[in-house]
Design a protein. Structure first.
Length: 95
């Protein structure tokens, strides 16, 4: 399993709007290989992490390759700057 971690730095109210938009976008798209996601907010510091979990690195990379238009739409609709994104292999999970 692989995880994509996106880091957002925005005012808390924009992070709340982004949460709703992310949920809507992921539910509508249902990209292949998506196992789930978590959205974490640090309101005091205006920071959020969106962690998405993927069956394979190939599924994740396919999303990244096809997702430029969605990223621009989210940026415009939520009024946020593009996040940084990192990819990790999940080697231990106990939820």
């Amino acid at each position: 399993m692989f995880a994509r971690v996106q880091t957002f730095h925005q005012p808390a109210e924009k992070l709340d709007a982004l949460a709703a938009l992310v949920q809507e976008q992921l539910a509508a798209a249902q990209p292949p290989g998506l196992k789930g996601f978590q959205y974490l907010i640090d309101r005091d510091n205006g920071k959020a992490l969106l962690i998405s979990f993927w069956d394979s690195e190939e599924d994740l990379r396919q999303l990244e390759a096809n997702n430029a238009a969605t990223r621009e739409r989210v940026k415009e609709e939520a009024g946020v700057e593009a996040p940084t994104a990192e990819v990790f292999e999940v080697t231990l999970q106990d939820l």
